[in-house]
Design a protein around this ligand. Structure first.
Ligand SMILES: *Cc1c(COP(=O)(O)O)cnc(C)c1O
Length: 659
């Protein structure tokens, strides 16, 4: 922002006494905030205020200006860091600065997604280079199969929480090594193991170089699990045996697993691990076999080194990200504890949440300010606060929602206009990217990664039945889609193409839109402006999902499979459940029944309720559901509830286990 302001304007501000008084006041307030004397953590756990929690994640979704995230995992890490700041947790984040980020999605007229990478302008990005005591760039060195690879470090200040991001684009590195952290989730398995060694081992060294002594190591997903080896090595070097050292590290380690999809867990061939860790076992005082066995796991193609297994075996506490995902994970990983019964498998669950100040629309925020009282932001995880929603008049809630819906539609039109001006649109594409959407029509939103288990095309199973709803003259339905497929995921890309081609077809009446380049910015508009948020994963593969929670805090009810968080969130009156909580063996049948349930809910309940208006044009029954979804889901699925739970259930436990 400062770079975009005209210098004359800044000069004027410097000479404006009123402005300067305001400026000083804001900074005084900010400094007071940053000291965090009254924060939750300092009040509840004053004795632990000097303990540091090191939080490792492969991606952090803080803001669309820093494109170092791809989806749910990154958003969760970003929200976790923000809430840790709000609560005064002594947390430090460790991750990667990807100078080319995750890709920007382009969808040409044929519908096959293209990936474009842009070099981030570091001078514009909200990052600062970290320097050492002598003023030169701080460097972290990690040995990678015969060569030393260096990383410089970027600092992002997330409120009170510092985030340190490794970046191997350093002059001294070989070209191949400079590319190591260029992009998020690109490259082959070899690239992946090199990144994970850099994050795990390099991350520990980075903290040491900054004189930070974490009391807790939180591995958000298995990508960072090699940190275990470095932590054990440090302790062995200081004189402990391997058994003693690994016992101590275990007490300090917390691990969160994020996916019930087997392919979502990184595995490496033993030869690859051996190549990179040759001799490391000597430092730990164990044999090569014992070393490899720490991550050893029987995969469909034979024994391999599994990062999740390494993390599970080496962490004192492990958790999944929803109740159902906890159950599924205990089943999935029971074999890691062959002597334990299913109930004894030590994987608990803490359901995900979202950072409310990040995702709530300004207009909804105003409503909450007006009716929930001044303490609602501080007490946002307290269900009692949200009971006060009863006082919000139906018409007011409805009108704010209408306003947000119109905002979404102008946002989509404006993006289309930009593309049109840039010459990147043919006329059909102008129409399919949301310009035909009608602010009066019932609007479903579906935006997520295009992984096949998310079943983005489920609603097209019976085209005629869907078309009848889309083309209904009096009570039309429309659906807006967005989302990226991983660049190497051709099945995911063909789902996008399938929807894109349907959207182009005139027999859909312009009621299906596909908007390109889904990111946090667009996610805010979508989760604030549609009428219904749709999720159709193949149960039970959605570990949690969080976009539906963003919708909830903006009064948008969910229409979703009873998977992930919705299996806990649905109460019969706050949205709709597609299908039932059964386990299918036959995927065809599952698709058939879920699609049927989707059509039936729309035909029998959702469409009639939405279009049932009072004399003043307010759909009373609908607004009741909006109110109930905010009331029942917001406190429970807030990041505040989640981070408090991680703190009391896991972090404090880990600290106590060491004493
Ligand atoms: C919230 C969010 C996600 C995660 O959504 P799911 O519900 O897990 O699919 C992914 N991408 C972006 C850009 C988001 O904002």
């Amino acid at each position: 922002m400062l770079q975009e302001i005209e210098p004359e304007q800044l000069t004027k501000a410097v000479n404006d006494a009123t402005f300067l008084r305001k400026y000083d006041k804001v900074f005084l307030q900010f400094d007071r905030e940053m000291k965090n004397g009254h924060s939750w953590f300092h009040t509840i756990y004053p004795q632990y205020k000097d303990k540091t929690i090191a939080y490792f994640s492969f991606e952090f979704g803080l803001h669309s200006s820093l494109p170092i995230y791809s989806g749910g995992l990154g958003i969760l890490s970003g929200d976790h860091a923000k809430e840790a700041s709000d609560l005064g947790l002594p947390l430090v984040g460790i991750g990667f600065m990807y100078p080319q980020g995750y890709f920007r999605q382009r969808i040409p007229a044929h519908g096959w997604q293209e990936a474009a990478y842009q070099q981030l302008d570091m001078d514009q990005a909200p990052v600062l280079i970290v320097t050492g005591e002598d003023g030169s760039e701080l460097k972290v060195t990690v040995h990678l199969a015969g060569r030393d690879v260096q990383a410089r470090v970027w600092h992002v200040q997330v409120g009170r929480v510092p985030l340190y991001l490794l970046d191997t684009d350093v002059d001294d590195n070989d070209p191949w090594d400079r590319e190591l952290s260029a992009r998020l989730y690109s490259g082959d398995n070899e690239m992946r193991i090199r990144q994970e060694i850099m994050l795990g081992i390099g991350g520990v060294r980075l903290l040491r170089a900054l004189n930070i002594e974490p009391a807790v190591w939180h591995m958000n997903e298995g990508h960072s699990a090699f940190l275990i080896f470095e932590c054990i090595r440090e302790k062995v070097r200081s004189g402990l045996t391997f058994a003693e050292a690994s016992e101590k590290v275990k007490a300090e380690a917390v691990f969160t697993t994020h996916t019930p999809v087997p392919a979502g867990h990184d595995t490496f061939g033993f030869h690859m691990v051996e190549n990179y860790f040759n001799g490391f076992w000597d430092d730990l005082g164990i044999s090569r076999e014992a070393f490899l066995a720490l991550g050893g796991h029987e995969e469909p193609w034979g024994m391999a080194f599994n990062m999740t297994v390494l993390a599970l075996r080496s962490s004192g506490q492990s958790n999944g990200v929803s109740k159902l995902h906890g159950e599924v994970s205990r089943k999935m990983w029971q074999e890691v504890w062959p002597l334990k019964s299913l109930e004894e498998v030590p994987i608990s669950s803490i359901t995900n949440g979202v950072h409310i100040p990040t995702w709530v629309a300004g207009e909804m925020h105003n409503i909450y300010d007006k009716y929930l009282g001044p303490d609602w932001r501080e007490q946002r995880d307290d269900p009692a606060i949200w009971q006060r929603l009863e006082d919000v008049p139906d018409a007011e809630l409805w009108h704010v929602h209408q306003l947000l819906k119109r905002k979404l539609m102008s946002f989509l039109r404006e993006r289309t206009r930009r593309r049109w001006i840039d010459g990147r649109n043919d006329p059909t594409q102008v129409l399919t990217s949301g310009t035909l959407l009608d602010p009066e029509a019932l609007t479903i939103g579906f935006a997520r990664r295009f992984a096949t288990y998310k079943r983005a095309t489920l609603i097209f199973r019976d085209l005629e039945r869907l078309r009848a709803m889309l083309l209904d003259i009096h009570r039309p339905l429309q659906v807006v889609f967005a989302g990226k497929a991983h660049p190497a995921d051709d099945p995911g890309k063909s789902l996008i193409q399938h929807i894109y081609n349907l959207a182009k077809h005139n027999n859909m009446g312009g009621r299906i839109a596909f908007v390109e380049d889904y990111d946090m910015h667009m996610a805010r508009y979508l989760t604030q402006g549609v009428d219904v948020w749709l999720n159709t994963p193949r149960r039970p593969r959605e570990a949690s999902g969080t976009s539906g929670m963003k919708a909830v805090i903006n009064g948008i009810p969910n229409l979703s499979i009873l998977d992930g968080w919705w299996a806990e969130g649905y109460n019969g009156a706050n949205g709709w459940a597609i299908g039932s909580e059964v386990d299918y063996q036959d995927e065809q049948r599952q698709d058939e029944e879920d699609a049927n349930s989707f059509y039936q809910l729309l035909e029998d309940e959702i469409i009639p309720l939405f279009y049932n208006r009072d004399r003043d044009k307010v759909p009373r029954g609908w607004v009741e559901i909006m109110r109930e979804t905010i009331r029942s889901n917001t406190p429970q699925f807030s990041m505040r509830r989640m981070v408090k739970q991680y703190t009391t259930d896991l972090y404090i436990n880990a600290i106590n286990n060491q004493e």
